[in-house]
Design a protein around this ligand. Structure first.
Ligand SMILES: Cc1cc2nc3c(=O)[nH]c(=O)nc-3n(C[C@H](O)[C@H](O)[C@H](O)COP(=O)(O)OP(=O)(O)OC[C@H]3O[C@@H](n4cnc5c(N)ncnc54)[C@H](O)[C@@H]3O)c2cc1C
Length: 478
């Protein structure tokens, strides 16, 4: 078994300790927001045409897209805590055009519709940028593209295949960079080469996007209730009734945008599992530190291992560094206690200084974690229930910042009941396999994680378990 560059070139323990000494367990993106409006909890009885459960991107995009489709629709959104507090306020802010958690995943599952999916994904990303502009949302949207960097020699072949395949399709948005070229773009002794995706990625400030969408929705007449966990959804009468401890909303239709949290539909309870992903944020870099890494084009970056890192700059010149550990806890629950995992933060800090030894001395100000809604096909699934009165989408698996907008359109199509190009996709019609109940889920997921780690230490070679899961179209990702 080999070692990775992050194990061979470890910084001194004192460098890691010092960098983490003043870190707060707090989400930078939410700390960085201006004061937010106080929104009421749901009390008493209300009527609406459309009620949406969940105030992350999925629910908020759905509200705004529904308003665009019908200016007279009465729309209410009910959020258990505050808008954007969950995955939507704590992610990396990478907006990828892919609707399928990467092209390879989509290609392996729906080869005959991959070109349509590519086209729809790019259209969705373009529309996302246009919506942000139209609604005046200051989300620090930057269409800067993304660099995927190889940090191990065997990954260079993957970059070659990637660039070759996209050139063969006539695409001009994938540029292969050799070692000197990638080092010139971003200076790290660990980078051996890269692919630069020039069009298909953007960056946002996740918290500003979520709260900006909420503001835009309210300005357009959407009623938002916070601190109101929905206990159940009743569809016994003509429409639907969404019920909280303090009130209820009767509506014609409902959208469930509850992501990794327990589904209000029994059929979906085993469809996703929470996988904890960890993030560090540095202090703003000094001018000398900036000059030492280059990175003038500000692309989003990630590396190519199964256990990968993602990293990017903020508007005020910090670096967000996240990923690598993807931790599933027995029982599959979402718990605040899982968010503080010192060994994951130390590992991230260690890997950061292996990647950027010239930044020794930089301190991390924030550390946090979030639950990713992993499903067994690694990309969102959609559906309707209760005689077409309820639509749902979940399972974005770590790539939902842009795909949630597409999901909003799909759910509105489903509620409308008239087939569209979106709802005709196999990707939309088919469902993933559920995860098994415990203890099988934990055994299977942890065995898969262990195998992915071994593959990263063995020139990417996949063992029998991973090959079997690949053949079945199943697995685990973040
Ligand atoms: C650490 C981390 C990093 C990530 N990085 C990226 C990235 O860089 N790029 C990318 O594309 N994706 C990324 N993702 C994934 C992305 O953030 C999610 O796919 C996306 O935010 C999902 O949005 P959502 O609205 O479906 O879910 P959420 O943001 O989780 O919102 C769901 C909301 O529903 C509410 N809710 C749930 N149940 C109820 C109920 N019963 N009653 C009322 N309200 C309820 C919750 O309180 C929550 O606010 C990351 C995720 C994490 C955790």
């Amino acid at each position: 078994m080999g070692t990775t560059v992050f194990e061979r070139q470890r910084p001194a323990a004192s460098v890691i300790e010092r960098s983490l000494a003043g870190t707060r367990q707090s989400i930078f993106w939410l700390d960085d927001l201006p004061d937010q409006p106080h929104r009421p909890a749901l009390r008493g009885t209300h009527d609406a045409d459309l009620v949406i459960v969940g105030g992350g991107y999925t629910g908020l995009w759905t509200a705004l897209l529904a308003r665009r489709r019908d200016p007279d629709l009465r729309i209410a959104l009910v959020e258990a805590r505050t808008v954007g507090w969950a995955a939507s306020g704590r992610n990396g802010g990478f907006c990828e055009a892919s609707l399928t958690h990467g092209r390879d995943n989509g290609l392996s599952r729906w080869p005959e519709e991959i070109e349509t999916l590519d086209r729809m994904g790019m259209k969705n990303l373009d529309a996302m940028g246009a919506d942000i502009e139209e609604w005046g949302i200051d989300a620090e949207w930057e269409r800067v593209g993304a660099l995927a960097v190889a940090t191990e020699p065997h990954q260079l072949e993957w970059l070659d295949d990637w660039a070759h395949d996209s050139a063969a399709r006539g695409e001009d948005g994938v540029v292969r960079l050799d070692r000197e070229q990638v080092q010139a773009a971003v200076s790290s002794p660990t980078y051996l080469g890269a692919v630069f995706e020039t069009h298909s990625n953007a960056l946002v400030h996740p918290g500003k996007l979520a709260t900006g969408l909420a503001r835009a929705a309210e300005e357009r007449g959407v009623e938002i209730f916070e601190h109101s966990p929905v206990r159940r959804i009743d569809t016994s009468g003509d429409g639907v009734e969404v019920i909280t401890n303090g009130g209820r909303i009767s509506a014609r239709k409902a959208v469930l945008a509850t992501n990794v949290f327990p589904s209000l539909l029994r059929r979906n309870t085993l469809m996703t599992v929470p996988v904890y992903d960890y993030v560090l944020m540095t202090e703003p870099l000094s001018a000398e530190q900036r000059a030492a890494i280059g990175w003038d084009q500000r692309q989003g970056l990630s590396d190519l291992a199964n256990q990968f890192h993602y990293f990017r700059q903020t508007a005020d010149g910090r670096i967000l560094f996240g990923g690598y550990d993807a931790v599933y806890h027995y029982g599959g629950r979402v718990r605040a206690a899982y968010e503080n995992r010192p060994e994951s933060f130390s590992k991230l800090a260690s890997h950061f200084f292996t990647m950027f030894p010239q930044l020794e001395g930089v301190r991390f100000t924030h550390r946090w974690a979030g639950a990713i809604d992993t499903c067994s096909r690694f990309c969102a699934f959609f559906g309707s229930a209760r005689d077409g009165k309820v639509a749902y989408a979940a399972g974005f698996t770590g790539l939902g910042v842009a795909a949630t907008r597409f999901a909003g359109e799909v759910m509105l199509d489903l509620l409308h009941g008239v087939p569209t190009a979106r709802t005709s996709l196999r990707m939309v019609r088919e469902k993933p396999l559920p995860f098994p109940p415990e203890p099988v889920a934990a055994i299977g997921i942890n065995a898969t994680r262990w195998s992915l780690d071994r593959a990263d230490h063995n020139r990417g070679r996949r063992n029998v378990l991973l090959k079997t899961l690949d053949a079945l179209g199943l697995g685990f990702d973040s």
